[in-house]
Design a protein around this ligand. Sequence first.
Ligand SMILES: Cc1cc2nc3c(=O)[nH]c(=O)nc-3n(C[C@H](O)[C@H](O)[C@H](O)COP(=O)(O)OP(=O)(O)OC[C@H]3O[C@@H](n4cnc5c(N)ncnc54)[C@H](O)[C@@H]3O)c2cc1C
Ligand code: SF4
Ligand code: SF4
Length: 427
Amino acid sequence: MTQEQRAEDQVKSGSILVVGGGISGLTATLEAAEVGYEVFLVEKNPYLGGRVAQLRYYFPKLCPPTCGLEINFKRIKDNPRIKYFTLAEVLSVSGGPGNYDVTIKLNPRYVNEKCTCCGECAKASTTEVANDFNFGMDMTKGAYLPHQMAFPMRYVLSPKVVGTDDAKRCLEACEYDAIDLDMQPKSMNLKVGAIIWATGWKPYDASKITNLGFQYKNVITNMMMERLAAPNGPTGGKILRPSDNKEISTIAFVQCAGSRDENHLPYCSYICCMASLKQTTYVRELYPEAKVYIFYIDVRAPGQRYEKFYKKIKADENVFLIKGKVAEVREDPNSKDITVVAENAVTGERIEQTVDMAVLATGMEPSVAGTKLPGNVRVDPDGFVISDLAQGGMFATGCAAKPLDVVSSNQHATGMALKAIQTLVNR
Ligand SMILES: Cc1cc2nc3c(=O)[nH]c(=O)nc-3n(C[C@H](O)[C@H](O)[C@H](O)COP(=O)(O)OP(=O)(O)OC[C@H]3O[C@@H](n4cnc5c(N)ncnc54)[C@H](O)[C@@H]3O)c2cc1C
Ligand code: SF4
Ligand code: SF4
């Protein structure tokens, strides 16, 4: 057997498991599959796309998430080497590099591939369930489409209604035989040569930051802001303050909310300065008279493009960047206005700025923090997954590995796809 034949034989025998269908997992999947490897992509949500799907726009170009995601979904659909599973999770992993046995749990969607997205089941449902996609700021029905650009484009029944009369109402309303209330959880065994953990991040729990006022209605997180500004969000894209649905004229951003703080996340979350600068553009476009106050410790806008973005926002006369750590956020019980209290680190003066609404620039925590991944996957003290670069086989990418933006996640995922391929061909 020639060296080439041996290499070809080895190429054909390996497959890769990617856990997490956000932008990093999608990229790793596509990069590996498009050079000829079989890839299994496992996503716990009923849709692919991860957190990027929840953004209004994404920088630096400020395009809607559909631009990047839809092309990836098309490439996934068109590639026979990719098998993707939603509502799925990894139960166990055994074996070693080049030869892992993996068990996947597939949770029931209760809706099959005959679904045409006609929406009749949602009309028939009388149950209301908090909408996780919009961070509970509105409700969905017991039968729902996770969001307007969901992939796969298919309804799902909330487990909360299964076994109730509401589920029967949904079943009766469906003319396409697409609802199957007998679906059960299933498990599936896979043999793979390498595993890429692309499990991403979750917003840091703002209720743990006791001095920043998250208990008040008009104090929201930056991810809630993305949904408020989105046309398919709870307010149809208007940034309205939650207590009275008033259009805002003043807003404050509180940077490093929970990040760079030994009591919460000790690291810099990398992206939240840029996120607030981006969200400033949402406010300024919608409400040309609005004033924006950004309280920061340092503004981190890494690289040439982000620095340019920062400078543009800084030049806006309605945007006030105040260097000072926020000590307190309080509410006026009558007007529900919010006052942000900080010490200006440049002038030393105490500032009390009253605004309609405040946004906490909460950081990124690894989504698996506090849980144990199967297969002796190693994590660092903050919960980020560590790639085994010495032995190969197990890799972490995107925000599962460290806080990153989309561009860097894509680059990182491409690198990790290559590392996974190297495990397969060298085993
Ligand atoms: C407020 C805010 C605004 C932002 N705006 C921008 C921006 O404009 N531009 C930009 O470049 N970046 C932005 N970012 C950063 C961007 O969101 C991340 O770079 C991006 O989400 C990273 O993608 P990911 O795939 O690594 O993680 P995620 O998007 O978190 O995707 C991970 C996926 O894995 C799934 N998953 C998790 N655990 C499991 C499991 N155990 N089993 C199976 N599946 C699992 C999740 O459901 C999810 O679908 C912003 C971040 C914040 C906080
Ligand atoms: S499950 Fe049936 S009723 Fe519901 S959207 Fe799909 S096809 Fe329509
Ligand atoms: S990116 Fe900015 S707001 Fe976020 S933790 Fe770092 S310095 Fe703080």
